[in-house]
Ligand binder design. Structure first.
Ligand code: SF4
Ligand code: SF4
Length: 66
């Protein structure tokens, strides 16, 4: 599953966009958006660099063993 960016937690610092190796995140005004979720590598760089906790990964229940 691709990274999910919280539009309420994001403060628009742009670091996720800067560090994403394949440029699938783009800034729109003061928030980051996942523009091409199907292309996400799940590398975690965006989450690592987000100090606001705005980036999460949502895995399907089947993958979580539920
Ligand atoms: S790193 Fe976090 S706070 Fe900064 S633009 Fe990305 S999602 Fe928003
Ligand atoms: S997980 Fe990696 S490839 Fe996917 S949006 Fe974040 S930085 Fe980009």
């Amino acid at each position: 599953m691709p990274a999910v960016i919280s539009q309420t937690k994001c403060t628009g610092c742009g670091l996720c966009d800067l560090f994403c190796p394949i440029d699938v995140i783009h800034m729109e005004g003061d928030v980051a958006i996942m523009r091409y979720p199907d292309e996400c590598w799940h590398c975690g760089a965006c989450r690592l660099h987000c100090s606001k906790g705005a980036v999460t990964f949502e895995f399907p229940a089947s993958m979580a063993g539920i």
